[in-house]
Design a protein around this ligand. Sequence first.
Ligand code: ADP
Length: 585
Amino acid sequence: VRFSRGYRLLPRTIRGILLLLPLVVLVPVLLIAAGHFYDEFQRLRATELKANLELARSVADDFDDYLKDIIHQEFAIGIAFTWPQPLTTEQANKLLIANTRQYATIRYFSWVDAQGRVVASSEPAAVGMNISSRPYFQEIARGKEWVVSDLFLGPLTGEPTFVIARGVRDEGDTLRGIVVASADPQSLGQVVRVRRAGQAAIAIIDRQGRLVYRYPEVELTWEQRSLIEGQPFLAQALAGDEVAGTFVSPIDHRELMGGLAPISPFGWVAIATRPVAEVMAPVIRDLLRDFGLLFIVGAAASLVGLALARNITVPLSRLGEYALAVGRGEFGRRIEVAGPSELERLANTFNQMAQEIRVREEQRDTVVHTVSHDLRNALMIIQGQAQLFLRQLGKAGLKGPEMHGAEAIVTSAKRMNAMIEDLVDSARLESGQLRLEKRPVDLNAFVSDLLHRAKEAMDVGRVKVDIPAELPTVLADPNRLERILTNLLTNALKYSPLETEVLFRAESTNKEVLVSVSDRGIGIAPEDIPNLFQRYYRAKGARKAEGLGLGLYITKMLVEAHGGRIWVESELGRGSTFYFTLPLE
Ligand code: ADP
């Protein structure tokens, strides 16, 4: 199938087509599978984001409850401290210590007076400290009911800490004092009782964007706690919105899926995350398995395609070779192919065709033989009678137009005879009826004898022979060798001007004798050279000279029957040299 502009839709070879087939099937399957996995990814992602957001919400709720509980408790403590009957130092300390024991997450409770001085504390070292410069103290002094501070390094422990502070006021709204709870972020696991599987995590972040608590618990430096400060997703949650999405962890740079929920009204944020890699692992495993299977199927189909293609192309190329052999006239062979039945049928058709051609060839040979035999008989009579006539004319002394006429009849009859001989010979050579009778031949003697005998038929005076005296004898059928030489010499004389010389040379090389016939005649055009030795081929310039175009064809077949090679070198207008080789004795 071709597009009009010459684009090909299908590959050119059977192999290409068979390899295309699995591709045609696999590509849509791959696309469908890819679509399926994409949906699966999206579905998993949505589920995971939702789960994380829900978890973040519930962590936020737990934490919210926890803070409110402490704030309530602080209210109760505040009432005890502002009772009209003041507590003794011992009572005050006892009260604070007892409360601290109630909360695993609180390091100590303190009672601070309106000027910021720690009056009593469950931690004796804190008593006497002045906290009036702390932001949470100032906020309460300015009128806020309670404050949860951001994370800071505690002055007593040097550890990260945060405080939950509540102011206590009288009816006139005058600040009487502040109850301060110093919390230990490390122990918040007691409050946020979430246990997650795999590498999933939760975290609590303060208003500054500092990491207060993380599950699974890890040792974090102050710098690491500050890392997520300023992250865009966090900023949005700190502003009070719920957020769910994929983001890169600022701590270990892994891609995470997570949900963020604000912890109102405190302004903190709860986060729940799971690494994307962990969420997608099962899908990716399935994907690799499915694509691996598809790949194996594709490879197997391609292998089968290759095998099938071989099954077709091997018999096809054998059929091609067979067709060429039939073209060369090798009718004796039959072809059997093992392959698809269509090809077997084709092979049978070929055999049948070869058989039919063979019958035709045989018929043609028979015709050529009978025709030439009968023609020759008639010619012989014409030639004989013309020669008789010629002699009688000579005796009678008639040398005028009668004599010319009789001579013309004799030469024409001879030429015709030569042509018939060519036709018969070529038919015989083709049908393989040629039997060589080889014997040792001394080329020197052979050529001079040949030229002597041919005096009548050709212009031997123009032929110059150059054969070294010590040339080894060759192995040849003398009759056929004579034919080869006569053909080449006749051509050389025929296709060159009368006054030029024809050079006959022979020399021995390693295993053979190289014979050449050179003329200084019209030469042969380069485009004719490849066809010169074909049957009935005549170069354009030679049409005027008589001939059938069979001479060189026969010559070549004879040379090859001797086990030699023949070729020509020629230049238009300069002359030609025909070479052939003969095996040594
Ligand atoms: P033909 O009977 O035409 O001579 P050949 O088979 O002997 O047939 O030669 C085939 C053709 O080769 C000739 O027609 C001629 O064109 C060319 N040819 C052969 N020998 C020569 C030569 N010595 N010089 C030039 N052309 C030649």
